[in-house]
Design a protein around this ligand. Structure first.
Ligand code: SF4
Ligand code: SF4
Length: 109
């Protein structure tokens, strides 16, 4: 599965979570974006912060402009993100997460 967008019940309210990535024999590699947060996001820090420029904006099915992981990047995020995720000394928050002030980005690994 390269992309899934679903409504998820969180504390009684609905959130829109889009998942981008893949799984293989070694694990699951997904970046999740809480796209409700993108609609009110002013600075769109994710676009500038990622050294590999994997994010872009898209108008979704609800006519909201939200961040997505570029289709060409979805099959390789495990490898692209490796530089930000050293086995030792991995930062508590990744560059994309620090730049996303509304805290809308999560990584599954
Ligand atoms: S910085 Fe976060 S909330 Fe803003 S557009 Fe990017 S992913 Fe969405
Ligand atoms: S972990 Fe690094 S390479 Fe991966 S999306 Fe975040 S900023 Fe980009």
């Amino acid at each position: 599965m390269k992309k899934a967008r679903s409504k998820k019940e969180v504390d009684g309210s609905e959130e829109m979570i889009a998942n981008y990535g893949f799984k293989d024999g070694s694990g699951e590699y997904y970046i999740s974006i809480d796209t409700d947060k993108c609609t009110d996001c002013k600075d769109r820090g994710c676009l500038k912060a990622c050294p590999s420029q994997i994010f872009e904006m898209e108008v979704d099915d609800w006519d909201d402009e939200v961040a997505i992981v570029k289709p060409s990047e979805r099959n390789k995020i495990k490898f692209t993100c490796a530089a930000c995720k050293p086995n030792r000394g991995r930062p508590e928050f990744l560059l994309c997460q620090v730049a996303c002030r509304p805290k809308g980005i999560a990584h599954s690994w």
